[in-house]
Design a protein. Structure first.
Ligand SMILES: Cc1ncc(COP(=O)(O)O)c(C=O)c1O
Length: 338
């Protein structure tokens, strides 16, 4: 609140010095050298694709099990989205299926680190095309002792209201390449151009940057709280039929979501939790291949049927958490019974 009020009092809402400070802080968190603040994560993806000169005739790989923002960004850039299945343990892009769907026209791979867990970066980078790391759900976490966001040609973030760093709305594109950063900086504004190039306004305001920066400074606390709640779920669900998140030994987890797999499907558990006053939802509204009416995504189909996201917000009180945990234990025990 104080940080936002300071921007208002300064009279410089946009552009504002705090935007540069937020950019530098995000670049540090992602372990890269520069970043450009934009209006949303979707805008960040679009600008990243444009900076990589991806357009009509090009293909971009993306996982099926992810929000539709990725497909929209690829479509807006004029490229073709090629959907890839995911890994059954990590829910992230499956490198083997990605390799099968690779074409000569494949010009980039968008790699989300889903629910807070880094994807299989080594194998995905080995595919060849530039990787756009989608850190919308994962910041401040390492893969093989290096922060996510530092591996791909570009990384993007989202600061939407429910994200780890919540500024209401907002996004960021980060990269170690000054050429790419320059293109993204040019692409986020359409004002005062030397030549009239078709563009749009994708800028972030100083108010959002102030909120984002103050949250980013609290990221270690936010992650510690989320991990503490995750450990409580781990303990409560041990030995019960709901499968807990698997974390490979070479990476951390931000627990943006705590996603369990419920054999047989989530519908009954979701209704029972709601009746107990607990809102738990499918973490992905609808997989991309289902929107596109494509077949051949057996792993995503299985996960979509069985994956349920349990409440893990860092502001959850002890009483609320106790209520959720005992509802989960009760309902997981009742599997199969009406
Ligand atoms: C993995 C992922 N990528 C991109 C986005 C898009 O971010 P935004 O909502 O800020 O446009 C989101 C959030 O919705 C997301 O979860």
């Amino acid at each position: 609140m104080r940080a936002v009020a300071a921007v208002v009092r300064s009279g410089r809402l946009s552009p504002a010095p705090v935007i540069g400070q937020f950019e530098a802080a995000v670049a540090r968190t992602l372990g890269t050298s520069g970043a450009v603040a934009v209006s949303s994560g979707t805008a960040a993806l679009y600008l990243a694709l444009r900076a990589l000169k991806i357009g009509p005739g090009d293909e971009v790989l993306l996982p099926s099990y992810v929000c539709a923002a990725l497909w929209h960004a690829i479509h807006a850039a004029g490229a073709t989205a090629r959907v890839v299945d995911v890994d059954p343990e990590t829910f992230n892009l499956d490198p083997d299926d990605a390799r099968r769907r690779l074409r000569r026209r494949t010009k980039a791979v968008i790699v989300p680190h889903l629910f807070g867990l880094p994807a299989d970066l080594e194998d995905l980078l080995a595919l060849g095309p530039p990787v756009i790391e989608d850190c919308a759900q994962t910041m401040g976490v390492s893969y093989r002792d290096r922060p996510v966001g530092s591996f791909g040609a570009v990384a993007i973030c989202s600061f939407y209201a429910t994200k780890l760093i919540a500024a209401g709305e907002g996004g960021m594109v980060a990269s170690a390449s000054s050429t790419l950063l320059g293109r993204i900086r040019d692409g986020r504004t359409c004002d005062e151009q030397v030549r009239l190039v078709p563009s749009f306004n994708f800028k972030m305001s100083g108010l959002h940057a102030a909120l984002g920066l103050s949250q980013l400074q609290r990221l270690p606390v936010i992650l510690a709280r989320r991990r503490r709640i995750a450990r409580r779920y781990d303990r409560a669900l041990a030995g019960l039929p709901w499968r807990r998140p698997a974390i490979p030994a070479d990476r951390g987890h931000a627990y943006y979501r705590y996603v369990v797999r419920i054999p047989g499907g989530v519908d009954r558990a979701m209704a029972r939790l709601l009746a107990a006053g607990v809102t738990a939802r499918r973490p992905v509204f609808n997989p991309i291949h289902r929107y596109l009416k494509q077949s051949g995504f057996p792993v995503t189909n299985g996960i979509w049927r069985e994956a349920l996201s349990l409440p893990i917000h860092p502001e959850l009180t002890e009483r609320e958490l106790q209520r959720v945990l005992s509802a989960c234990e009760r309902i997981a025990h009742r599997r199969g019974r009406p």
